[in-house]
Unconditional design. Structure first.
Length: 173
């Protein structure tokens, strides 16, 4: 019996910012390079204005056009008044992945201690497209991409698309 397994997920990386932010754009580019080094295909890297309607429009367009299997958003997830990425995603996705935010904070706890509670991240599925959003310093985001997202991405995409059901042979890394 052969299992249909999408071993090379297509990923779009987006820098979420209120204006030009070369630092955040560089983080998005670095995340895209990690995607390319992993077992995934980088579709493209974009900048999206950090307002709910623009974030949701990007997710909707990418998912509905089947442009990518996953969207990685960096930035816009802080606790400031203009940080809307988590709220945009959480209020828009069909299914949330609560474990991602918990795992993101746990990953940062060793380095940040109690300050890790300020690190916001969320993930969910919209129209079979997996969406990850996270905030933090460049090193924190890249560590999360490398340690949390990329090792599980093929399985997460397979679960989100229905190619695999929960409990069926998760990848061991």
């Amino acid at each position: 019996m052969s299992e249909t397994h999408h071993s090379n997920p297509r990923v779009l990386v987006a820098a979420v910012t209120q204006g030009r932010n070369q630092g955040l754009e560089a983080v998005a580019k670095s995340a895209g390079e990690l995607v390319q080094k992993g077992r995934s295909t980088l579709v493209r890297t974009v900048v999206v204005k950090g307002e709910r309607q623009y974030i949701r429009q990007l997710v909707s367009n990418v998912a509905n056009d089947n442009e990518a299997d996953a969207i990685l958003m960096v930035g816009g997830c802080g606790i400031g008044p203009s940080d809307d990425a988590c709220e945009a995603i959480d209020g828009f996705v069909e299914r949330r992945m609560e474990g991602f935010g918990e795992s993101f904070r746990r990953l940062l706890e060793v380095e940040l201690g109690a300050a890790a509670m300020l690190a916001r991240a969320t993930a969910g599925v919209y129209n079979q497209c997996v969406v990850f959003a996270m905030n933090g310093r460049s090193s924190e985001i890249l560590r999360a991409v490398e340690s949390l997202i990329l090792p599980t991405l093929a399985d997460v995409v397979d679960l989100a698309t229905g190619r695999k059901r929960a409990g069926e042979g998760a990848a061991k890394h």
